[in-house]
Design a protein around this ligand. Structure first.
Ligand SMILES: NC(=O)c1ccc[n+]([C@@H]2O[C@H](COP(=O)([O-])OP(=O)(O)OC[C@H]3O[C@@H](n4cnc5c(N)ncnc54)[C@H](OP(=O)(O)O)[C@@H]3O)[C@@H](O)[C@H]2O)c1
Length: 287
């Protein structure tokens, strides 16, 4: 099988590297060239354009930033879909909104391409160590064709339902992630104001049953005030925006996630977009 990987940012570069580690025939493409050059040294092939990279592939994976970018790269008139072989499979791992995933499936259908939405849970270290969880929107028989490759990049493959359902489930995870980080930060900041030591708060709160377990890892970032990026804050803002769009489409009120969205919007506007999303703590501390 010939595999193509498009979008070699924090996540995609590591996912493609894990395919290569497992001896897979991988062609990579990225807008900027630095991550391409690193993967060439690891045995990847490349091409001058995304369409060239995808034209002979049996499966094309994408890990791009936003629905707008996926739209431009794949769905535009002369986008990647127009270059792919009939009956090939496009697996979009980017975090996009469910209605965009359904639009992607319809566009793929029109080109005779089979589509799977497969966004991931996990961040830089999980991508690096093939410990991601994939949330899948696809029929079982189609998933079976790509599952061996997903298993090279992740530890869990969870089939949520038909196209769009992977994106739907991923959205739920991220609205909880964003709000839980703010809840943790506000508790720590108020605790400090009341005279409880920061170290006590950072080491004890994450172990309480009321805390989200991931705050154990984010407590280290807060302790050291070092928000080296794993999951960029700008993409958390994007995901909350996509949740708001989806809530509108579903006619479903979404109170607290929208408050979180505005806090992430302010932090992003204040130049924190390429820090880890846990930097919302630094933003709330200074605000
Ligand atoms: N980081 C995480 O922890 C994490 C976890 C789960 C899901 N996600 C999701 O996974 C996706 C990728 O995240 P990431 O952290 O890897 O982001 P990232 O490091 O910012 O990478 C974004 C990718 O999109 C490409 N891109 C952006 N604008 C483009 C354009 N106009 N044309 C062509 N390519 C463009 C970038 O190319 P360049 O290199 O040329 O900029 C890069 O390959 C996002 O949807 C994110 O929400 C991230």
């Amino acid at each position: 099988m010939k595999i193509t990987f498009i979008g070699l940012g924090i996540m995609g570069s590591r996912m493609a590297a894990n395919l290569l580690k497992n001896g897979v025939d991988v062609t990579v493409y990225n807008r900027s060239k630095e991550p391409v050059n690193i993967l060439l040294e690891k045995g990847a092939k490349t091409a001058a354009t995304a369409n060239e990279a995808a034209k002979n592939a049996d499966i094309v994976f994408s890990m791009l930033s936003t629905p707008e970018v996926v739209d431009y790269v794949f769905l535009s008139e002369d986008g990647v879909l127009s270059a792919m072989k009939k009956n090939a499979i496009w697996v979009d791992c980017s975090t996009v909104n469910p209605s965009f995933s359904i639009k992607s499936k319809e566009a793929a259908d029109n080109f005779g391409i089979r589509f799977i939405d497969a966004p991931v849970a996990g961040t830089k270290p999980q991508a690096e160590h093939a410990q991601l969880a994939f949330f899948i929107g696809a029929e079982k028989s189609l998933l079976e064709e790509v599952e061996p490759y997903l298993n090279f990049m992740g530890a869990k493959v969870i089939n949520i339902g038909e196209a769009g359902k992977g994106a739907s489930f991923k959205m739920l995870v991220n609205i909880m992630l964003a709000q839980s980080m703010i809840i943790f930060s506000e508790a720590v900041l108020l605790g400090e104001k009341m005279g409880i030591s920061k170290e006590f708060l950072l080491s004890v709160i994450p172990n309480l049953v009321v805390a989200a377990p991931f705050t154990k890892f984010k407590a280290d970032m807060v302790r050291e005030d070092n928000y080296e990026v794993q999951f960029p804050l700008e993409w958390m803002h994007k995901d909350l925006h996509l949740a708001a769009v989806t809530a509108y489409e579903m006619n479903q009120p979404l109170y607290l996630a929208n408050v979180a969205k505005e806090l992430f919007a302010e932090a992003n506007k204040n130049g924190m977009g390429r820090l880890d999303f846990a930097a919302i703590h630094r933003y709330l501390e200074k605000k």
